[in-house]
Design a protein around this ligand. Structure first.
Ligand SMILES: NC(=O)c1ccc[n+]([C@@H]2O[C@H](COP(=O)([O-])OP(=O)(O)OC[C@H]3O[C@@H](n4cnc5c(N)ncnc54)[C@H](O)[C@@H]3O)[C@@H](O)[C@H]2O)c1
Length: 371
């Protein structure tokens, strides 16, 4: 049976929207692009062209509100600067659209909470752009950790050394600002924080953190460390930075358990995987075979563009009324954790999570000025 085609409006046609265009083009049996919006109309036109025949009837807009009002799309993909997510997300859901919302969900705990509440009230799905959850093998590992295959989780760690030069930050005025982006933790590391918490199968209850500005000329941090205490007593360690070489991107997570340990990531641009049982026996091939059996070869293609996985999942969620793998709650929860981390860096004190009162990235605006 042919899948129901969902209509999509892409709001924001910059860097990340290219991944969205590729996914929509590949999934032309499930999606049709009906509009692309950007203040730069040429960017919107290019975006439509990149969607191939899935974008054949799409219209160009430079005003996102007008685009939502006129098109009433099934899905609004919000790929605008992070500081705009709250306003566009709430408006689109109130008007009846589901969302593919890029990370971070919003720039404050209150905004993220409101987006989550509105998604519940309006019964609209939100698939978050937390791409790491869609990498092959990760979901299978998550299920096995949850089933206790590796025994008790003791601790986890992530590092994201995603070097960006000043040219990256200079490419758009919003980048690296407290109001609209945040720093290396909020932009580049939030994916990995979301992934680690999800894999560990528990929730953070306390954050401690330090942040620094080492190389980049931005308002926010280009280096940050945090430690989370989790509800089940385990600990998680986080390092996130853009103050490394832009020519050498590395990001890795590890989960340590009583009967085994898992490390996966991209080291100097190359995939790295090391899954072992408690006796040190390597389980890599067992898991890769399992992935191949369950998802087929196409599941490995998702590694090249995880947005493909997000679009497939969102379609399934809307048609079959299921929660997306990275849901509205997950988007809220990762912003809550990030705000707790920033608050801990600001106050120099441990911060209880979830936050009792809202904290915003803008509350950090004088942090480096005061040092
Ligand atoms: N999930 C991921 O892998 C991933 C990767 C990169 C970025 N992101 C997120 O995606 C979002 C966009 O990031 P980007 O790097 O693509 O940014 P970008 O600056 O390259 O693109 C943003 C686009 O929005 C347009 N825009 C700005 N204000 C507008 C307005 N008022 N109306 C219409 N258009 C407007 C800009 O012209 C630009 O083309 C951010 O939230 C970022 O954190 C996610």
């Amino acid at each position: 049976m042919e899948a129901k085609k969902l209509s999509v409006l892409i709001a924001g046609c910059g860097r990340v929207s290219e991944k969205h265009a590729k996914a929509i083009k590949t999934l032309s049996d499930r999606y049709k692009l009906i509009g692309a919006c950007d203040v730069n109309e040429n960017a919107a036109r290019a975006m439509i062209a990149n969607c191939g025949k899935a974008g054949a009837d799409a219209k160009v807009y430079n005003d996102w509100k007008k685009a939502i009002d006129e098109l009433s799309p099934d899905v609004v993909a919000i790929t605008l600067p992070s500081g705009m997510h709250y306003e566009v997300a709430t408006y689109a859901m109130e008007k009846g659209s589901n969302l593919l919302l890029e990370k971070p969900m919003a720039m404050s705990e209150a905004e993220a909470h409101a987006i989550y509440d509105i998604s519940k009230k309006t019964k609209k799905k939100i698939a978050m752009g937390h791409i790491y959850r869609y990498l092959p093998v990760v979901k299978i590992l998550r299920d096995d950790i949850a089933k206790g295959v590796f025994g008790k989780v003791t601790h986890g760690s992530i590092y994201v050394r995603w070097g960006h030069g000043d040219d990256y930050y200079d490419s758009a005025a919003w980048r690296g600002t407290w109001k609209a982006d945040g720093g290396a933790l909020m932009n580049q590391t939030i994916h990995a924080i979301d992934l680690l918490v999800w894999l560990m199968g528990t929730e953070p209850i306390e954050a401690q953190a330090m942040i620094a500005q080492r190389l980049r000329h931005i308002e926010a941090e280009d280096l940050g460390y945090a430690i989370l205490r989790m509800e089940d007593g385990s600990l998680a360690h986080i390092e996130g930075t853009t103050a490394t070489s832009p020519a050498e991107h590395s990001a890795e997570f590890s989960v340590f358990c009583e009967n085994g340990q898992i490390t996966m990531g991209l080291v100097s641009g190359k995939p790295h995987i090391n899954i072992r049982d408690g006796a040190g026996k390597k389980l890599n091939f067992r898991y890769l075979r399992k992935q191949n059996k369950e998802g087929g070869l196409s599941s490995f293609k998702t590694a090249l563009n995880p947005h493909l996985g997000i679009y497939k999942d969102l379609h399934d969620s809307i048609i079959n009324d299921k929660e997306p793998i990275a849901s509205a709650y997950d988007g809220y929860s990762s912003v809550d954790t990030l705000m707790g981390i920033y608050k801990a860096a600001l106050t120099g004190k441990a911060v209880e999570l979830p936050l009792k009162e809202s904290f915003s990235s803008l509350d950090m605006k004088d942090y480096f000025k005061d040092l």
